[in-house]
Design a protein around this ligand. Structure first.
Ligand code: CTP
Length: 413
């Protein structure tokens, strides 16, 4: 499949943040996607990553000092480079560089190129620093200003930081950064972050990922859900200003910034957490792939093979349907949204689910469409709503773009 990034000209900026050690991985991914890359780094970024690595991976001279001989050949090189680019991304962006850009201080080659970027060329900034530096009012003010200037701020991830502390400030994983870059080149109106007034003051709960059902102490039943769609919805609802609680099965992806996480394992734990949280919730989005059945008699220890050659029968009992329970118990002001993953007759089966589980809206995704379903970064969705036959189908897009489309539809409800 031809990459949307083929022949795109991209400036990658890197700064004096420990996460600069990941910039080469981003450059490598962009090159693999057949983009043309030029790297600009601040002098302090050299403490974390060498120009040599970035030069080799991008196959271009790396600009660091404003007056480096290596980059002078074209005269006003910072203007030439800025006008060459289809997009610029700074990943990681330190607190200092955020401050420079917010205030137009061009005392590094990176800030100079960024400031010279022509209007309309997307600028993506991935701040990365320790939590206290991130929440500092000066940093937050700079971020607000940069958003006002039209720069796309990629929210930092939550988790283990290099300092040993745990909190907000991680550079998102490379696939996440790549998705933001790809989204900047799509036509979807949902490629832009949502306005934070859309869901201001609303509490949103989202279930995500799979559940794990114990057979015995070493075996279990689960499914292929990675949680990406639910986590993208949490990020989109947060962008829209909601107070977000993510009720998550075991996943291997970073939590979006500033959402409350309740980690659960089994369908029963997910049911209990969802019902408890639902009491004061405005909007519930059930994106988890909850096990429909769980072993009726989970064993302690390890079940032994009896060696008889006979089949073994595992008795399963139905789990409680969280979506159906919330749909049956919602008040007039609560909104409940479900997902339907179908392998055929998507719209027909989706509508049946909408009625049966008394939802306000069902998001249908196909298990068989090329950019759809479990695991991938993209999805192809259609939206069905109660009391209307209208079907709103979206073009295939990254899960965050789909999530923004879903959130906008919820706001429309
Ligand atoms: N769901 C839930 N609790 C369950 C099972 C499913 O909340 N125990 C929710 C899912 O999160 C999703 C929706 O129900 O929002 C659809 O789930 P799905 O498994 O596709 O539908 P089922 O009702 O199980 O129907 P079928 O297996 O026949 O497709």
């Amino acid at each position: 499949m031809s990459s949307i990034l083929k022949n795109k000209k991209i400036i990658v900026g890197t700064t004096g943040s420990i996460a600069a050690y990941k910039t080469p991985l981003l450059v490598r991914e962009l090159m693999r996607a057949s983009a043309h890359v030029n790297v600009v780094m601040t002098p302090s970024a050299k403490n974390f990553v060498t120009p040599m690595v970035l030069e080799n991976l991008s196959r271009s001279a790396v600009a660091c000092e404003m007056f480096d001989e290596a980059v002078q050949s074209e005269g006003a090189w910072h203007i030439q480079l800025a006008h060459w680019a289809d997009l610029m991304i700074i990943a990681p962006c330190s607190a200092t560089t955020l401050g420079r850009l917010a205030n137009g201080i061009c005392d590094t080659s990176l800030a100079t190129v960024a400031t010279a970027l022509p209007t309309g060329v997307p600028m993506l900034i991935a701040p990365s620093m320790d939590t206290d530096m991130w929440v500092n009012p000066a940093t937050q003010r700079n971020v607000r200003l940069l958003k006002e200037y039209g720069y796309m701020i990629i929210p930092p991830g939550d988790g283990q930081l290099s300092s040993g502390l745990v909190g907000l400030g991680r550079l998102p994983d490379i696939p996440v950064l790549m998705n933001y870059i790809k989204d900047a080149f799509t036509d979807s109106p949902n490629r832009f972050p949502l306005d934070e007034s859309l869901l201001q003051g609303k509490k949103v709960i989202i279930t995500a990922g799979s559940t794990v059902e114990k057979i015995d102490d070493v075996r279990y039943i689960t499914n292929h859900s990675t949680g990406k769609m639910g986590y993208a919805l949490a990020a989109a609802a947060k962008e829209a200003g909601a107070d977000v609680t993510l009720i998550s099965g075991p996943v291997h992806i970073d939590a979006p910034s500033a959402v409350n996480i309740i980690n659960v394992t089994t369908a029963e734990e997910m049911f209990n957490a969802s019902v408890k949280e639902f009491a004061d919730t405005d909007i519930a989005i059930m994106a988890a792939a909850v096990a429909d059945y769980t072993p009726a008699n989970p064993a302690n220890g390890k079940i032994k093979k009896d060696g008889s050659g006979n089949n073994m029968t595992l008795e399963l009992k139905e789990t409680k349907d969280i979506l159906a329970h919330l749909g049956a118990n919602k008040t007039g002001s609560q909104i409940v949204i479900g997902f339907a993953l179908e392998s055929e007759k998507e719209i027909e089966y989706g509508r049946k689910k909408l009625e049966k589980k008394n939802c306000n809206m069902i998001v249908v995704n196909s298990a068989t469409a090329p950019r759809s379903g479990f695991g991938g970064d993209d999805n192809t969705i259609s939206i069905l709503k109660k009391n209307t036959d209208e079907v709103k189908s979206f073009e295939p897009a990254s899960k965050i773009v789909c999530a923004r489309g879903i959130v906008k539809e919820i706001v429309g409800l």
